[in-house]
Structure formats: C-alpha cells, structure tokens
Ligand binder design. Structure first.
Ligand SMILES: Cc1cc2nc3c(=O)[nH]c(=O)nc-3n(C[C@H](O)[C@H](O)[C@H](O)COP(=O)(O)OP(=O)(O)OC[C@H]3O[C@@H](n4cnc5c(N)ncnc54)[C@H](O)[C@@H]3O)c2cc1C
Length: 349
C-alpha cells in the first residue's frame, strides 16, 4: 500500500428513506476542521442509495465540497453486502486518507466490514479526532509520523482515555457517535461537485432479501434535540418520584432524561439514557439531579452549555463538572425550584 496515494477527508453520508441522518452533517463539520489541518481543499461526502441525488445540495450547505453518489436500486434499503461493496469500491477508486462513519446501527455494521475489506484499521466510538504526531511523544528507535489522525475514545469501561492512530494503513477510519461533533452553520445555496460512480452490483449469496420493513414509532422524546434536559439518577429513588422532575421539565419546557442506573432499574427506557453507552447530549441547560457523576455519565453530557447539579453529597463528582451546584435533598430542592420558576414566569406574564 502506497500511503501517499491516499488523499482527502471523506465522510459516509448516511441516509434512511432518502432523508439524511443528522450524523452525516455532524461528520461534515468535523471533516472540515481535519481537512484544514491537513491543508486539504476538499471535503468529500459519499452518498449511497437509490434515487438520492436530491440530498446533494443539503450536504453542500453543511460543508461537502464534493459528493460521490452511488445510486443504484440495490442500495434502496440498507443491506450489509451491497453497501459494503459500494463503500469499499469508492475507497479503492478514490483513495481517501481519512473516512469518518457515524456510530449508528448502520454505521456500526458497515464500518468494520468496509475496513476489513480494504484492509485497514477502524477506531470505534471516537469522542475526539485531531491531526497530530504519532507516537504522541518521540520514542527512540521508532519513526514519529506527522499529520496522522489521532482518534481518542474511552477504553476499559471508560476508566481511561485512549488515543489510537493508524499510521501504516489507509484510509484511517473512525466511527463517531451522534451528538459528539458539531454541524457548521449551513451556507444557503452552496453547491458541491457531484461525481457519479457505480461499481456494479451482482446479487450473490451474501445479499439478504428484505421481505418486510416494520417501523417502530417511538413515543419517547428525542433527548439529543432538547435544549433543556432535566436528568435524574438513582437518587430520585423510584419511578413515581420522577414526577418531581417531570414538573420541573414542564415549567422549563424541557425534557426528562436519566442515568444508566435508572435504566438498569427499569424506571425509564434506554432511549432516555445519557452517557457512554447511552446518548451524547449538548443541551443549553442540563440538570443532574440525584446523579453521582460517574465518568461514563459525564462523558455523555459534559459539553452541555450550563450544568446544574443537585445532590445531597457535597463530595459527589458531578460537582466537578457542574457550573452551579445545590447540596441538598432533591425532594425539597426540586419542588422549591419548580415553584420559584413558576412564580417568576407568572410575574412576567
Ligand atoms: C462500561 C460502562 C458503561 C456505562 N455507561 C453509562 C452511561 O452511558 N450512562 C450512565 O449514566 N452510566 C453509565 N455507566 C454506569 C456508571 O458507572 C454509574 O454506575 C451510573 O452512572 C450511576 O448512576 P447514578 O449516578 O444515577 O447512581 P449513583 O451512582 O448511585 O448515584 C446516586 C446519587 O444520588 C445522590 N442522592 C441520593 N439520594 C439523594 C437525594 N434525596 N437528594 C439528592 N441527591 C441524592 C447520591 O448522593 C448519589 O450521588 C456505565 C458503566 C460502565 C462500566
């Protein structure tokens, strides 16, 4: 493999039912930063699907300079084999230096398959991506390579943070969970160069046949879209006592979320879990109520604009990341806070 042949930052632009997934736009935001640090002029989005050309302009508005479109009926609904064939073929043809994929259900299936097929490495669930030297510090007798993709992720159950590189193979591949990277402000009317490419699809025994798609409609709030989150932990004490948090969320027009302990206890559904094995959130305001602040929880909410912690233990680690903290019993503090906010809103009219 001649590493020099591999150039440019690519992202997999996931779409489902001909609608771009938010992660595609978030990855474009990060890809722009990486391209700048590599002195690359172009960010490329790879769009796979059937009849998907209508999505190109949106990708351009969110930062794609070029969109490689593989449009084929074989790609109508996600299936592992044709998507792997398509993306691996794009890599072999266009030789990206970096390829970012969303750590969604689709990306978690597709990314490792593709990396294995093109014989490179993949770092899953990265929380930080940057360009730098590898090894990070010079090591006697070992070449230090420059301008490598440094992929950082929690390791060993979140007890340490590992920075991983892929210095000897290309592309350098990483998956990133939704909500970790930030979209750019869209540039209305921006246009991208469109490249049509089709490697040809031949049904073989690795192709699955989709007999029926059953869509589940979720009745649970999308905590990643919420501007205000009122999050509760084991300290709330019972599912019934979450009523206190519902009341606070209601006056603030916020959404209730929770820690893993709450999900494990069966008090709330997994879709509301914040953290390393839940969702990464970035609201303007995050209340952590009866949450101790374990590293795996903090990993999912520390980028919130303002964090307010309510905990009866003044030494709880949540206070280390909180902007404001109240040491006290949530059963007293939360209703009092809700009452005060209600009064203040009523006084404002
Ligand atoms: C691989 C791995 C992945 C994980 N992923 C996640 C994840 O995605 N998200 C996540 O949240 N956790 C995750 N965890 C679990 C995490 O380590 C913690 O166990 C969990 O976050 C604890 O939840 P908690 O803070 O609600 O409960 P606890 O740690 O039990 O904390 C309860 C807190 O409530 C306070 N409290 C109790 N009563 C009151 C009261 N009346 N008033 C005020 N405060 C009160 C206590 O002082 C305490 O600080 C993961 C763990 C592992 C090993």
């Amino acid at each position: 493999m001649s590493l020099e042949e591999y150039k440019g930052v690519f992202i997999f632009a996931q779409q489902v039912d001909n609608e771009l997934s938010g992660i595609a736009l978030e990855l474009l935001g990060k890809a722009k930063d990486l391209a700048k640090d590599l002195d690359e002029k172009k960010v490329t989005a790879v769009l796979l699907g059937s009849d998907v050309k209508g999505l190109v302009d949106k990708l351009a508005e969110y930062g794609a300079d070029r969109v490689i479109v593989v449009d084929d009926p074989a790609l109508k609904d996600y299936r592992t084999e044709p998507y792997t064939h398509a993306l691996a073929s794009v890599i072999n043809e266009y030789k990206p230096e970096i390829l970012l994929v969303g750590a969604t259900a689709i990306g978690r299936d597709l990314g490792p398959r593709v990396s294995s097929r093109v014989h490179t490495g993949l770092t899953a669930d990265c929380t930080q991506l940057e360009i730098g030297d590898f090894p990070l510090e010079p090591v006697a007798g070992r070449e230090q390579k420059h301008k490598q993709l440094l992929m950082t992720r929690p390791a060993f159950g979140g007890n340490t943070i590992a920075t991983i590189a892929c210095p000897d193979f290309r592309p350098q591949m990483a998956t990133v969970r939704p909500g970790v990277m930030q979209k750019i402000e869209p540039v209305k009317g921006a246009k991208a160069e469109v490249v049509d490419y089709n490697p040809g699809f031949e049904e073989n025994n690795c192709y699955t046949e989709i007999l029926k798609i059953v869509k589940e409609t979720s009745s649970v709030a999308d905590i990643q879209a919420a501007k205000i989150l009122v999050s509760g932990g084991r300290g709330v004490g019972s599912p019934e006592n979450f009523k206190l948090l519902d009341d606070l969320a209601e006056v603030l027009n916020g959404t209730v979320s929770c820690s893993r302990a709450v999900v494990d206890s069966g008090w709330k559904p997994k879709d509301l879990q914040v953290g390393q094995t839940g969702k990464t959130v970035r609201p303007q305001l995050y209340f952590a109520i009866g949450i101790s602040g374990a590293i795996q929880h903090v990993a999912g909410m520390e980028e919130s604009d303002i964090i307010i912690a309510i905990n009866k233990d003044e030494n709880a680690p949540i206070f280390d990341v909180a902007d404001y903290g109240v040491v006290g019993d949530l059963n007293k503090v939360v209703p009092a806070l809700t009452k005060k906010i209600k009064e203040a809103l009523a006084a404002k009219g």
